[in-house]
Design a protein around this ligand. Structure first.
Ligand SMILES: [Zn+2]
Length: 155
């Protein structure tokens, strides 16, 4: 009986940890959005010229050079979907073209650990205004209530 009780308590503890973790976004070291919840982490960062840099990090957010990952992204802009291709440059993967005009659209980032691996898709809403609280671009905001606030903005 004691073992079962411990097991139940452990499960609750794990569940609580998972919830707390999900509520707290990880700040991207370059100022972008960490789209992953577990290492290896993937950061999506929009440069000033609107090209996208995708960087990889270990669990301590130390940069990891790309090692054969294949990344692509689809920007679902109001003017139509735009596919972005990525190539390795300076220890990260950089898009060969900029994001389409405007903001407030969804971007789906597809990451394969290798050319043969199954793709993982990450969705984010691209908003480029600066958050007054954390001073990061809105798409990369790390304020805890961000999810709900972003929902309210849209309606
Ligand atoms: Zn914020």
């Amino acid at each position: 009986m004691k073992n079962i009780r411990n097991l139940i308590l452990t499960s609750f503890a794990l569940l609580a940890t998972a919830v707390a973790f999900a509520a707290k976004p990880i700040p991207g070291p370059k100022g972008g959005k960490i789209v992953t919840t577990e290492a290896p982490h993937v950061e999506f960062f929009v440069e000033k010229d609107r090209t996208v840099t995708v960087s990889f990090y270990d669990k301590d957010l130390k940069p990891v050079a790309p090692s054969g990952q294949v990344v692509s992204a689809v920007a679902e802009a109001k003017t139509g979907k735009v596919n972005l291709a990525f190539a390795a440059r300076d220890g990260a993967l950089v898009s060969s073209s900029p994001l389409p005009e405007g903001e407030g659209y969804r971007i789906v980032v597809q990451v394969r650990e290798s050319a043969q691996a199954r793709p993982k898709n990450y969705r984010l809403e691209y908003h480029d205004e600066v958050c007054g609280e954390c001073k990061r671009a809105e798409y990369a905001c790390i304020c805890e209530e961000h999810g709900e606030e972003a929902g309210e903005h849209k309606h």
